[in-house]
Design a protein around this ligand. Structure first.
Ligand code: I22
Ligand code: ZN
Length: 196
């Protein structure tokens, strides 16, 4: 078991090294999109399943509260937290619609959807992207593996941050790092500090 634990650390570190080569441009583009969105008075909605639901909430908490610098609250909503809404939609319609119906209600032109899926195959995240595009929103997609059907829904206006790995756990570990990079870029752009 000790060897397995050490292997997990080694694989996680290697995936982050690979990602440090592959992802900075797409993370920077996503951060710039988010900055423009927030400057225009728009908001960021976030969704995902399982560990990625936690990531969606982690992101919205950093924006609504703060990341590393003192600054005003920024508008973000995780679509994963309202169990009454989620159970009603899943019960009356389908699990695939738990995010899309919230987006059709809350999403406005200029808002961003942070869509998180390690496989790119989650039906409810795919429907969320379709709903967001129908509301004239743009998409920041955190994916992995081959990007799945999610990748095919995106246009030049959107950005995919695809972790170069086939392991769900390793992809999630890089997704969290990418989320912290996005928060750091947003803070440093909107609220420049004397000492960086
Ligand atoms: O955290 C983990 C696995 O590490 C799980 O909860 C995982 O997020 C769930 O199986 C998700 O349903 C996987 O969905 P996705 O990443 O393929 O969209
Ligand atoms: Zn996990």
């Amino acid at each position: 078991m000790l060897e397995r634990i050490k292997d997990s650390f080694t694989h996680s570190i290697q995936t982050k090294i690979d990602a440090s080569e592959a992802l900075p441009e797409s993370i920077e583009k996503a951060a710039q999109m988010m900055v423009q969105c927030l400057l225009a008075g728009n908001k960021i909605l976030a969704c995902g399943n399982g560990g990625s639901a936690g990531d969606a909430q982690h992101f919205s908490a950093e924006l609504l509260n703060r990341f590393e610098v003192e600054r005003p609250p920024l508008p973000a909503i995780a679509l994963t937290t309202d169990t009454s809404t989620i159970t009603a939609i899943a019960n009356d319609y389908s699990y695939d619609e738990i995010f899309s119906k919230q987006i059709l209600a809350l999403g406005q032109s200029g808002d961003i959807l942070l869509a998180i899926s390690t496989s790119g195959h989650s039906g409810n995240v795919i429907k969320a992207i379709e709903a967001a595009l129908s509301r004239d929103m743009t998409i920041v997609a955190l994916t992995g593996k081959d990007g799945g059907p999610m990748a095919g829904l995106l246009s030049i206006n959107d950005v995919e941050i695809r972790v170069p790995s086939n392991s769900t756990a390793r992809i999630q570990e890089v997704h969290l790092l990418a989320i912290h990079c996005l928060c750091d870029n947003i803070d440093r752009t909107l609220f420049p500090q004397d000492e960086q």
